[in-house]
Design a protein around this ligand. Structure first.
Ligand SMILES: NC(=O)c1ccc[n+]([C@@H]2O[C@H](COP(=O)([O-])OP(=O)(O)OC[C@H]3O[C@@H](n4cnc5c(N)ncnc54)[C@H](O)[C@@H]3O)[C@@H](O)[C@H]2O)c1
Ligand SMILES: [Fe+2]
Length: 482
């Protein structure tokens, strides 16, 4: 038996033993009952007796994703897609940078070729806010559209998702659908009009998810909308659209993909999560790591390992860039069912507390910490902590992103994964820690306070999330490498 097969068998054996012990001991309640709209549905539960009724943790998981079309040049089909859906008038969302570039031009040409009438909303804010979401909602309600189209990165796609939601619910208040506890997290029952997403970054995977994120001015942190109903009807992943990404956009969105996969793979397992829903409608969108999300995460990391550096460092390496578009999609499909954990939860506090950081390659009309940058900043410290409870998984992850894991002991798992992350961050010249984004140790209590309510995400961390855990991670992230 070769070493690789032996390691995989050993890992599976250890996981089975751990899970059996866990099931015998009963697991702590990590109640997700205050999260997504679906979970908090007012539909009365219908409970059927099953053999697993005495166990309080979940026993099943559910995956979903939109139709996905992948192909160089596939943008040209989008006019036909709307015609095929019987849609003749759409509102096209993009941003004021992209409207000048090829992805927008290719889309507009495709719509014109098939006589699909369209208006353009190019005022999408990069890293959207409650205010910018409201402006987009207002614009969508000014005219009757039959469908919606997003051409852009996560900022554009998330904005289109929310505008389309309130097109169906003009009578509702913005906070009716915002995640609890900031909003009411109400369920979405109406059929929304068709939405097609054409991503232009290789990062968020928003084209596959039922999530839309914005900066909430009222709490100075990010949160948003999370409900499967928000998911697009079709994602067109055309690698040609990502070729014009500026260097920092490609780097930071690539780190977003990397963290989606790392966090998805190390989430609490779906069958360690409580409570087991009494009605499948109440099973949350993000259910923890599961065998299907694991497949997407592992594949994503293999692609990243082979292509991330090449896609950045070798200009005109179209094949690596196309592979990164694919990785972004795979990671998105994976975390759509499993979710993400602490790097993302903390990133929402960091981005929401930006001081005067204005990265190059982003539209510089307001300070922002780009999403992928805010996420990866704490990753080395987060995974040192994760390794204390999931060392085998962390060793596997370190190997997948290029570390030599021969003879790595369990107690060195965190250091191994963290060092490998720092190596990649250093090579791509990521700013060195939270200090370089303008934060100091005095900001830690404020950042902890803003992270703790992100319960929708923190509950997926594989261990209890405490203030002292967050303080340690933030302190260790002030400077990332020497
Ligand atoms: N819905 C989800 O599941 C999800 C997941 C992760 C992140 N997000 C959100 O997505 C947002 C970040 O999105 P993003 O990282 O994709 O970037 P973005 O949409 O914020 O765009 C970043 C910059 O890159 C430019 N750009 C994008 N594509 C380009 C291209 N092909 N050529 C030239 N310039 C291009 C934009 O004009 C902008 O200046 C954040 O608000 C984040 O919270 C959403
Ligand atoms: Fe992300």
């Amino acid at each position: 038996m070769n070493r690789g097969v032996r390691i995989i068998k050993e890992l599976s054996r250890r996981e089975i033993v751990r899970e059996t012990l866990h099931a015998i001991a009963g697991s702590p309640c990590r109640c997700p009952a205050h999260s997504s709209g679906i979970l908090n549905s007012s539909i009365p539960p219908r409970h059927r007796q099953t053999s697993s009724d005495s166990i309080t943790t979940d026993y099943a998981y559910e995956t979903f994703s939109p139709s996905v079309r992948i192909g160089k040049g596939a943008t040209r089909e989008v006019g036909m897609d709307f015609v095929n859906k019987g849609v003749k008038r759409v509102l096209l969302f993009t941003d004021k940078n992209l409207i000048k570039l090829l992805p927008f031009k290719a889309t507009a040409d495709a719509l014109r070729a098939d006589n699909v009438e369209f208006d353009v909303f190019s005022e999408v804010r990069i890293e959207p806010t409650e205010k910018s979401f409201r402006e987009a909602i207002h614009r969508a309600q000014m005219r009757q559209y039959e469908g919606f189209l997003a051409v852009g990165g996560g900022s554009v796609m998330d904005t289109a998702k929310v505008a389309r939601l309130f097109d169906a619910y003009p009578e509702k208040d913005f906070f009716d659908f915002v995640n609890k506890p900031v909003g009411k997290g109400e369920p979405i029952f109406k059929q929304l009009k068709p939405l097609i997403c054409i991503p232009t970054t290789s990062g968020t995977g928003s084209e596959t998810t039922g999530v839309a994120i914005c900066q909430m001015e009222s709490i100075n942190a990010k949160t948003g909308f999370s409900n499967r109903a928000l998911c697009a009807n079709l994602a067109i992943v055309d690698p040609l659209n990502a070729l014009s990404m500026p260097k920092n956009v490609a780097i930071y969105s690539g780190f977003d993909v990397l963290c989606h996969a790392l966090e998805s793979f190390t989430n609490i397992r779906y069958d360690n999560r409580s409570p087991k829903p009494l009605n499948p409608l109440h099973r949350p969108q993000h259910q923890g790591a599961n065998p299907i999300s694991d497949i997407w995460a592992v594949e994503t990391l293999k692609i990243i390992n082979d292509n991330f550096l090449g896609s950045i460092e070798s200009l005109f390496d179209q094949e690596s860039s196309a592979q990164m578009s694919f990785a972004s999609l795979l990671a998105g499909i994976g975390f759509s069912s499993s979710g993400v954990h602490l790097c993302h939860a903390i990133s929402f506090a960091l981005s929401g507390s930006v001081k005067d950081y204005c990265p190059s390659d982003y539209s510089n009309d307001h300070p922002i910490i780009p999403h992928g940058l805010s996420v990866v900043m704490t990753a080395p410290a987060v995974f040192k902590e994760v390794a204390l409870v999931a060392p085998d998984r962390c060793i596997q992850l370190a190997g997948l992103i290029g570390a030599n894991t021969n003879n790595i002991k369990t107690e060195d798992a965190g250091r191994c994964l963290s060092d490998q992350l720092c190596k990649i961050m250093n090579r791509l010249e990521i700013p060195n820690g939270l200090k370089s984004l303008g934060f100091s140790p005095e900001d830690i209590p404020m950042l902890v306070e803003k992270t703790l309510p992100q319960e929708r995400i923190t509950r997926l961390y594989p261990n209890k999330v405490t203030s002292s855990l967050l303080e340690r991670i933030l302190l260790n992230s002030m400077t990332v490498y020497n």
